[in-house]
Design a protein around this ligand. Structure first.
Ligand code: ADP
Length: 906
């Protein structure tokens, strides 16, 4: 059922109202309608809201209000209501009003006097139908607007304004949702779509518009919305041009927001690009797991690079194309069952390239599921891990190697981190400590295995390393978990991280074996040293014991020689003298070697003339040279033109010993020709002298192959039983030891059958003499005039021989048997010199000297010269320390005694 026609009459005259009311009731009889009467023009908004009329009948003149103006107000607010204007004006004025009414949207206008039931009802009916149609149109338009709003499509129309002032653009309401501008704003501001286009697209769009032929055109561009945001739109436009001039008359079209499409399009493009350019190889197949297997639908470039196949060679194939003999079937079976269960799969196996070469592939396959839960595809991400696997294998091999070495060397590594308070041990360290590998271990556990003392040392070292970064290395005694006694050497260094000490790490080695060996060695060395010491003690004692009886043998032989004229007896005595002297020398040499070995030998520092020393030795050897008819020469080039003798500071007796040995050998091994000693011009500087002495002979020479060995101890070139040269092979060895002890060298040069030359080189401090020379001939005074000598000697034979010797030199002397007797003499008589034996029973020479020196007798400063068969440096040193002035070695010979008295300045 249709609703009643709602009619509102706005009429200020009640009569006219009644007239109109009667006309309507007559004309609309049988029609459902309502009539409301208002006697003035109301507020249009309130009016429309309150009455919502279908037809408004309005008087032209409503007092001050013009009915046409009111009708215009209503029309602006409502496009559908029908307005009928009634007027009581004259025909002339009526024509004027008729013109005013144009464009206001009034459906009918007639004079009141023409109002009748028939005319008015016809006009009202017509107006009502119009209103209904317009309402329907409005509803349709609203529906379209709604659709447009929902679909976010904007319908629009641009038409050229007739006044040539521009264009008018009508848009659907949805323009507001799209652009933020309302359709009214478009009209009010005379906006066109081009006004929305973003500057960057504007030129392109304008060009397209102007060039667009009649018909449809699609364009995509960006617009700038009211809130300045940017959106993508797609415009479809239909251009209507003047067929003659080609001028654009009208454009209609629609606009669609495609921002999201564009975004998702570019996202899709990005994803496609990412997939394609991904360094991970990606392969997509369909979900067919049955024979012939899933079909490859997509491969990215990395797959092609990795496999050597092109995209077209792979698409449509099954991934079996990559498999080969080494491809692990078990892995493939696992893959299949996982995929059948709809699970992800991760695995590794060998694949094959197009050229047949192998590579190890790690791959992960995930099923793609559609909205119904059905697996539609498989996506596989693949990585070539050949390098990593090979490196891992290599690393594993190295680790095993290191571990093997560690086991062999019983050495392992450890690491402690402060931050985690965690101590890590390698397997070898567990082995060393006899603990199951992997047992959790704390610092205290580790420490508890060491001995108490070592625990403390290790704790200290550990904390110093951890706090101050000081590395350590300790050999520690421990008991392993099985209680086995062990030694291990542990080293720790700080672990620096970003300039901070994060912990300590290091190595630990089981050194039990080497420690045991070194302890054994140390013990063996101690034993050897004791044995050596015992040997040296024995040698010293033997030397003393042997020299003591030799002293009288040599002395008496010498004395008898001076008194005997019988040539046969002379020869025997000489033989006795020679053999005894040789024996003494031998004892001396053995003792010297023993002293050097035990480090007992001390060097003396006394000023002496090298030239004078060589002279003395040459003199000594003249007789034996003459005996062999050899010429013994001395070439002294030390002084040059200077008269000043060259005085050095050093151990004269040791240099003498070396030169005697060399000269002795030279004479021994030379049968004809010359033995010559040369003192080369020394290289001098303010404080030192380079002394070079050559001992040259024209003897048997030494073969080149023996030259290196002759300085070895007990070495002799001719070792056969029928040797014609006596000797023990000690001399040269002693010479070299002594030379080296003094910081010098000794070398040999020789030509077999031609001769040899031995060169002694020494660097000695230079002595600048202040007083008289040490070897001056100052002792001119007659020996017997000097006063009497006290001889202290416990051995009766020695006393006798010394006494005889002194007597033969006309030196008055007194003999004392021991120290006490000597002290007695010292107290009671005056002496020029004391010759004091060292080793004596009761009171020995050292003690006797100490007492003399500390006594108050006039003899307390008397020169005391030791007379001893003890020739080791220690005893000499002790003798000098207690105040003895010099040392005379036994056996004492006449010549030795004479030289002593002649040269001593006491
Ligand atoms: P020895 O007591 O046997 O002489 P040395 O140590 O003095 O012991 O000498 C070792 C060896 O060197 C001698 O046995 C000899 O063979 C050789 N030798 C030493 N000096 C000479 C030399 N001047 N001429 C030839 N051979 C020499």
């Amino acid at each position: 059922m249709s609703s009643p026609i709602s009619i509102v009459l706005i009429e200020d005259s009640e009569d006219d109202y009644i007239l109109t009311e009667e006309a309507l009731s007559e004309g609309l009889a049988g029609t459902d309608y309502s009539l409301q009467w208002l006697d003035h023009a109301p507020d249009p908004d309130l009016f429309l809201e309150q009455y919502d009329p279908d037809v408004i009948l309005i008087d032209y003149s409503l007092g001050a209000v013009n009915g046409v103006d009111f009708a215009r107000d209503i029309r602006e607010r409502n496009a559908f209501v029908s307005i009928i204007l009634l007027t009581g004006l004259s025909a002339r004025v009526f024509e004027e009003v008729d013109q005013q009414v144009e464009g206001v949207g009034i459906s009918d206008f007639f004079p009141k006097k023409e109002v009748s039931g028939a005319t008015l009802s016809r006009s009202v009916r017509y107006a009502y139908e119009n209103s209904i149609q317009r309402r329907q149109l409005q509803e349709q338009a609203a529906t379209i607007e709604d659709i447009l709003l929902r679909t976010e499509v904007v319908m629009w129309r641009e038409s050229k304004l007739s006044d040539q002032e521009g264009w008018e653009c009508f848009c659907s309401d949805s323009i507001q949702k799209l652009s933020g501008y309302s359709k009214q704003e478009f009209i009010r501001r005379r906006m066109q779509l081009i006004d929305l286009v973003a500057a960057s697209d504007c030129e392109r769009v304008r060009k397209a518009y102007s060039e667009a032929p009649s018909g449809e055109l699609k364009l995509r561009y960006r617009i700038i919305c009211y809130d300045q945001s940017e959106r993508w739109v797609e415009e479809t436009r239909e251009t209507i041009r003047d067929p003659d001039s080609g001028e654009i008359l009208k454009v209609v079209g629609c606009l669609r927001d495609i921002t999201r499409e564009i975004e998702s399009e570019s996202m899709q493009q990005l994803m496609a690009k990412s997939l394609d350019q991904s360094s991970d190889a990606i392969l997509i197949t369909d979900a067919n797991l049955e024979r012939p297997g899933p079909k490859i639908l997509y491969v990215n470039k990395a797959i092609c690079r990795m496999s050597g196949y092109s995209e077209s060679e792979l698409l449509g194939q099954s991934p079996r194309i990559f498999q080969g003999p080494k491809t692990n079937r078990k892995v493939l079976n696992r893959l299949r069952s996982k995929l059948l269960a709809g699970d992800n799969f991760q695995g590794m196996t060998t694949n094959y390239r197009k050229d047949g070469s192998e590579y190890i592939l790690s791959w992960r396959i995930s099923p793609v599921v559609d909205s119904s839960g059905q697996v539609t595809h498989y996506v596989s991400t693949q990585t070539n891990v050949t390098q990593e696997i090979r490196q891992r294998e290599k690393l594993k091999e190295q680790e095993n190697f290191l571990s093997e070495i560690g086991s062999m060397a019983k050495v392992g590594g450890w690491r402690y981190r402060k931050s985690t308070d965690h101590l890590y041990w390698t397997d070898q360290i567990y082995e060393i400590h006899a603990m199951p590998v992997g047992t959790p271990i704390s610092i205290d556990d580790a420490l508890s295995l060491y001995s108490k003392v070592d625990q403390l040392a290790l704790k200290n070292a550990w904390h110093t390393c951890l706090d101050e970064g000081v590395p350590y290395g300790l050999t520690l005694e421990m008991r392993d978990r099985r209680g086995e006694h062990k030694w291990c050497h542990t080293q720790g260094v700080p672990m620096w991280v970003n300039g901070e000490i994060e912990g300590v790490w290091g190595v630990c080695q089981d050194v039990t074996e080497s420690r045991k060996r070194s302890l054994e060695l140390e013990q063996a060395l101690r034993d050897a040293n004791h044995a050596n010491e015992a040997k040296n003690q024995f040698l010293m004692m033997m030397s003393h014991e042997l020299r003591t009886p030799l002293n009288p043998i040599i002395g008496f032989a010498e004395l008898m020689l001076s008194e005997t004229t019988d040539p046969e007896q002379c020869a025997f005595l000489k033989q006795i003298q020679f053999s005894a002297t040789h024996l003494v020398e031998l004892i001396g040499e053995i003792l010297d070697i023993a002293s050097i070995e035990s480090g007992r030998i001390k060097l003396e520092s006394k000023a002496f003339s090298v030239s004078a020393l060589i002279h003395e030795i040459i003199e000594m050897f003249q007789p034996s040279a003459q005996e062999k008819a050899l010429s013994l020469e001395y070439l002294d080039a030390a002084h040059g033109d200077s008269d000043t003798p060259l005085i050095c500071v050093g151990d004269e007796s040791k240099i003498r010993q070396i030169l005697i040995n060399l000269l002795n050998n030279a004479i021994k091994f030379t049968h004809e020709g010359t033995v010559r000693v040369e003192l080369l011009p020394p290289a001098l500087n303010a404080s030192e002298v380079d002394v070079t002495v050559l001992v040259r002979d024209t003897g048997i020479g030494i073969r080149a192959e023996n030259l290196d060995s002759i300085f070895d101890r007990f070495y002799q070139v001719d070792q056969s039983a029928s040797r014609k040269y006596e000797g023990q092979g000690i001399g040269l060895n002693l010479c070299r030891e002594l030379a080296e002890l003094m910081g010098g060298t000794i070398h040999v040069g020789s030509e077999f059958g031609v001769g040899s030359v031995f060169t002694l080189k020494l660097k000695l401090p230079r002595h600048v003499p202040e007083g008289p020379e040490p070897r001056s001939e100052g002792a001119n005074t007659c020996l017997e005039e000097r006063g009497q000598v006290l001889v202290v000697e416990d051995d009766a034979m020695n006393r006798l021989v010394i006494s005889e010797l002194l007597q033969s030199l006309s030196i008055t002397h007194v003999l004392a048997e021991d120290g006490f007797e000597a002290l007695h003499y010292i107290e009671s008589e005056r002496f020029y010199l004391v010759l004091m034996d060292i080793q004596m029973p009761k009171l020995n020479g050292i003690e006797t000297t100490r007492r003399i020196r500390s006594g108050t007798s006039p003899n307390s400063h008397v020169p005391i010269v030791a007379l001893s068969a003890h020739v080791v440096d220690d005893i000499k040193k002790e003798a000098i320390e207690v105040g003895m002035n010099d040392f005379l070695e036994k056996p004492i010979t006449l010549s030795k005694l004479r030289t002593f008295f002649e040269q001593t300045l006491f």
